[in-house]
Design a protein around this ligand. Structure first.
Ligand SMILES: Nc1nc2c(ncn2[C@@H]2O[C@H](COP(=O)(O)OP(=O)(O)O)[C@@H](O)[C@H]2O)c(=O)[nH]1
Ligand SMILES: [Mg+2]
Length: 402
């Protein structure tokens, strides 16, 4: 199922033109080179996100949550510590090390002007700044935001530990309406910002321990939407699969990679495979399937992290895996899977690709291009279903009320 063209397309109009002229000038070789280049670019994209706020507000916990980690995990940021470093500390994503969250000391910790603070923090390195507070945002936060804006970068206000606020009311035996209470917290938290001249501050109320609650889903969407196409792709893949919606978005993006891989397979590496009636580049297929698994969170390490944060047993999550594509995979294994199964049957509509006018004229339907396209589409479908089922049991999602 292809999504509508209004959503993100892998090549922009300019690139499509370039590809077309590449093909006209140099035939298939140049065409494939250009695509390989694009795929390589994608895996080299770095993404740096700054997280700032005073000590104890929940920066480390938030950084862990965005990476699907707990404080006590090997790569987890230590939480609840009072020690503050004066330097930004990088925390790489465990599956996508090019995605990095930086823990910045609070602007109030360092006793110099906001502008100097940002320079010392190397503000240029970051896509944007997440300004964290667990109570009211302060004048410091407001000044920081203004300075970030004047330097041409974006910022987001995030109010953490909302779960604690609500729990305190419960402990007090006070009955309250959840939405009214959240609005009250929102207004109270933004007072300081308004006083400092930020008229309509948007803040996200979250609990870093409840990744699908409060404004956390909206925050993740906003963070993704404010990146350019390629970086958005990288960011989305790095998000732990915690909702069916995230899985769907990942699927849409991964689907756009398929035809690129198919073109590469169709032009370079395809060789006849004994037992199959067509040529294939098994290496490309294996690499792609492994990549799909990692992006969807179906690799062992991701599943273990998901089990940890949802307090489920990893075997319980793994019981949802019903495809041989998640086990040990290499060219031999894949060949056996292919020979032994009816892994085909994809509708022509699914071939409606960005490049159909060009691609269609180059490759016939039973070519390596067509087969690679079909195989990867089917592999993705199968992996997505497995990922959805894992998410459902991990987060106890009722399928009738997702
Ligand atoms: N209940 C709850 N506790 C949180 C949340 N975020 C952080 N904490 C706790 O608040 C304390 C300080 O958090 P930490 O991440 O170390 O703050 P940092 O100093 O800004 O890095 C720790 O004990 C965390 O467990 C949250 O969203 N909800
Ligand atoms: Mg910390």
């Amino acid at each position: 199922m292809m999504d509508s063209s209004s959503e993100y397309v892998f090549f922009n109009a300019q690139e499509l033109k370039e590809l077309e002229s590449c093909y006209e000038k140099g035939g298939l070789g140049r065409f494939a080179d250009k695509i390989v280049q694009k795929i390589n670019n994608l895996s080299n994209i770095e993404l740096h996100i700054a997280v700032t706020g005073e000590s104890g507000t929940g920066k480390s916990t938030f950084i862990n949550s965005m990476r699907g980690l707990r404080s006590k995990d090997k790569d987890g940021a230590k939480t609840g510590t009072t020690e503050t470093t004066m330097e930004p500390t990088p925390y790489k994503h465990p599956s996508f090390p090019k995605v990095c969250f930086w823990d910045l000391p609070g602007v109030g910790t360092l006793k110099f002007p906001v502008k100097d603070y940002l320079n010392k923090m190397q503000f240029d390195r970051y896509e944007y700044f997440i300004i964290i507070s667990r109570g009211r945002f302060t004048e410091n936060d407001a000044n920081l935001a203004k300075e970030i804006k004047s330097m041409g970068k974006k910022f987001y206000f995030v109010r953490t530990q909302i779960d604690n606020d609500l729990r305190s009311l419960e402990m007090e035996g006070i009955s309250f309406d959840r939405n009214t209470e959240l609005e009250r917290i929102r207004n109270y938290s933004t007072e300081g910002l308004k006083e400092a001249g930020i008229s309509n501050p948007i803040i996200f109320l979250i609990s870093s321990f409840q990744v699908n609650e409060f404004d956390f889903p909206k925050l993740k969407e906003t963070l993704a939407d404010n990146l350019d196409d390629i970086k958005k792709d990288v960011f989305l893949m790095s998000l732990p699969s915690t909702t069916l919606k995230i899985v769907k978005q990942k699927e849409n993006h991964l689907r756009k990679r398929i035809w690129m891989l198919a073109i590469v397979s169709g032009t370079v590496g395809a060789v006849p495979i004994p037992g199959l009636s067509f040529s294939l580049d098994l290496g490309i297929l294996v690499t792609a399937i492994i990549e799909f698994r990692t992006c969807l969170g179906l690799d062992d390490a991701s599943l273990q992290r998901l089990a940890n944060v949802t307090k489920k047993r990893v075997e319980f999550l793994k019981a949802e895996l019903k495809t041989p594509l998640v086990g040990e995979i290499n060219e031999d294994v894949l060949k056996r899977i292919l020979i032994g199964s009816a892994f085909f049957g994809i509708s022509a509509a699914e071939m409606a690709l960005d490049l159909v006018p060009i691609v269609g004229s180059i490759f016939g339907s039973v070519s390596s291009f067509g087969m690679t396209y079909k195989l990867l589409s089917n592999a993705l479908n199968e992996l997505v279903v497995n990922a959805q089922n894992v998410v459902k049991v991990a987060f106890d999602i009722d399928c009738n009320h997702p």
